[in-house]
Every structure is written in structure tokens, then in C-alpha cells.
Design a binder for this molecule. Structure first.
Ligand code: GDP
Length: 296
């Protein structure tokens, strides 16, 4: 499970503070050294770790904390608050268009879980009472269209496709028109992923963005790739301007670094996390709950 190692280490370090009556500045510093190591071992970006530790230390060695009746618990509370802030403080929701359909464009590298996540997102929105349409805009990966159709069939969500001979820009445009005519109030556009970020991929995504003007561009990244995921997020955001991140494979053996770094580095919130291969395994991301999970 994600964060297992980190959770053990952080809880172990902070436990030492909790059990102490009075605290010295040195006690705090020592424990924060352990916290720092635990975060670095969990593959959290080093700049993010440094800022985090500085902030916690600043607040923790303040008079109010040190002179309180339960300084150890106060420090734990500060760590909890700052971990939450690191991941974005509050839950970031999808912005729906005032005039439907809401257009969501899913982008990301091949294998990140984009197609699966498109289906998962559709299922999630359907539960909210929406009528989503999936649009098959990945015309390059063999079988991507078929895969989306299978996913749509399983969820009873319609899939719009024009095959693989029409440009993705045209497919996206016609998909939205189709939604308008058929009462679909959310359009989820699956786009092509490449093995690496390259000029062709970005240009194509920019072209789709220009033509359809999506309400949400969500980047799907694989949490298992750690700091690579964070770099991908930064790159996509610089080039395309994303609205949020969906971190997939959070059920896997990831150390959690991506989840803790992506917000600070790319300046965009994590909106959902993928927690398994099943189409029901997508969860809205709540920073405070994730912090509680880490700190026990
Ligand atoms: P795409 O190339 O980005 O469209 O990726 P796919 O949707 O085909 O997914 C690639 C692989 O990742 C598939 O085997 C999915 O079942 C798997 N996958 C996607 N999301 C998750 C997740 O949240 N957890 C796990 N364990 N596997 C996932």
C-alpha cells in the first residue's frame, strides 16, 4: 500500500515527541531530521522536503508551541497541517460548465492509465447523475479505440469514434456536437499518449485545446514512476496549462513521492487517485484524509 514505509517512519519519529512532557529546540530538530530522511526516502522532491521541514521547524520552535501543555502533540498537529497543505489543503473538484456539455480532456503518456481512467471518470460522473460521453481521440495506439469501446460497453456509457483515419481535432469537435445532440452533459476526450513527451504529442494536444476549449484538462500520471511523474506534470503544465492531475496506480507499491510533490512542483492540484485496475477504483483526492492516513 502506498505510503506504508513513510507512514511507519513518520509515526515512529513523531511518537517520540508525543510522549515527552517538555520539549527543547533540539528535540524538535532531531525529530525533524528523521522526518526529513523519511520524506526523502519516500522519493519526495528534495526542494519540497526542504521547504516543508523549514516551515514545520519555524512553527514548531515558536513560543506558543514550546510553552504549551502538550508541545509534542502541537508539533504533530503542525506536521499534519503542513502535510495537508503540501497536497493542496482542500479537495479540488471538477468544474462543470454553466452551459453543458462540460468538456474534459484527458492527457498523459502512454501506459499511465488514461483510457482506463476515462472509463473510471465516466462511471464516477454517472453516479453523480451526469450523462457522460467518451470520445476516442487516441488514433495512434493500436487497439486504443477498441479498448475504450469495451470500457464504455462495460459501464453502459456511449463511446464516440470516427475510427483512426480522421484527425483527433476533428474527432473531438464532432464528439462535442454529438454530445449536444444526444443530451450528454459531459464529454471526456481520450487523447493520444506517447512513450515520451515529444513535440508532435504536445502540438496535437495544443491543437485540440485550441479548437474545443476544454473546461478541464486533466493529466493522468502513473504514481509508480515517482519523480518522473512530477516532471511530466511540470512539463505538461508549462506547455499546455493543465487544471489538475489524476494519479493512477496508487494501490501499487509506490513510495508516495509523486503524491506529495506534484502539487508544489507543478502548482496544480491532484483531483483524483486511481486505486486499482477495476473501473470503480477511482477516488476523489482529499489532502487532509491522505495526511491522516500517513500520520495515523
Ligand atoms: P493508457 O495507455 O494511458 O491509455 O493506459 P491504460 O488505460 O491502457 O492503462 C495501462 C495499464 O494500467 C492497464 O493495465 C490498466 O489496467 C492499468 N491501470 C490503470 N489505472 C490503474 C490503477 O489505478 N491501478 C492499477 N493497479 N492499475 C491501473
Amino acid at each position: 500500500m502506498v505510503f506504508e514505509g513513510l507512514a511507519d517512519k513518520l509515526q515512529g519519529a513523531l511518537q517520540k515527541l508525543k510522549s515527552k512532557g517538555k520539549l527543547t529546540e533540539n528535540d524538535v530538530k532531531e525529530v525533524m531530521r528523521e522526518v526529513k530522511l523519511a520524506l526523502l526516502e519516500a522519493d519526495v522532491n528534495f526542494k519540497v522536503v526542504k521547504e516543508f521541514i523549514d516551515k514545520v521547524k519555524d512553527r514548531a520552535v515558536g513560543q506558543e508551541v514550546m510553552e504549551s501543555l502538550t508541545p509534542g502533540q502541537q508539533v504533530v498537529k503542525i506536521v499534519h497541517e503542513e502535510l495537508t497543505a503540501l497536497m493542496g489543503t482542500t479537495h479540488s473538484k471538477i468544474t462543470f460548465a454553466s452551459k453543458p456539455p462540460t468538456v474534459i480532456m484527458l492527457v498523459g503518456l502512454q501506459g499511465a492509465g488514461k483510457t482506463t481512467t476515462g472509463g473510471k471518470l465516466g462511471a464516477y460522473l454517472k453516479k453523480l447523475g451526469k450523462r457522460p460521453l467518451l470520445v476516442a481521440g487516441d488514433i495512434y495506439r493500436p487497439a486504443a479505440i477498441k479498448q475504450l469501446q469495451v470500457v464504455g460497453g462495460q459501464l453502459d456509457i456511449p463511446v464516440f469514434s470516427l475510427g483512426d483515419k480522421v484527425s483527433p481535432v476533428q474527432i473531438a469537435k464532432e464528439g462535442i456536437e454529438h454530445a449536444g445532440k444526444h443530451g450528454n452533459d459531459v464529454v471526456i476526450i481520450d487523447t493520444a499518449g506517447r512513450l515520451h513527451i515529444d513535440e508532435n504529442l504536445m502540438e496535437e494536444l495544443e491543437n485540440i485545446k485550441k479548437v474545443v476549449i476544454p473546461h478541464e484538462i486533466l493529466l493522468v500520471v502513473d504514481a509508480m514512476t515517482g519523480q518522473d511523474a512530477v516532471n511530466v506534470a511540470e512539463n505538461f503544465n508549462n506547455r499546455l496549462g493543465i487544471d489538475g492531475v489524476i494519479l493512477t496506480k496508487m494501490d501499487g507499491d509506490t513510495r508516495g513521492g509523486a503524491a506529495l510533490s506534484v502539487r508544489s512542483v507543478a502548482q496544480k492540484p491532484i483531483k483524483f487517485v486511481g486505486m486499482g485496475e477495476k473501473l470503480s477504483e477511482l477516488e476523489p483526492f482529499h489532502p487532509d484524509r491522505m495526511a491522516s492516513r500517513i500520520l495515523g
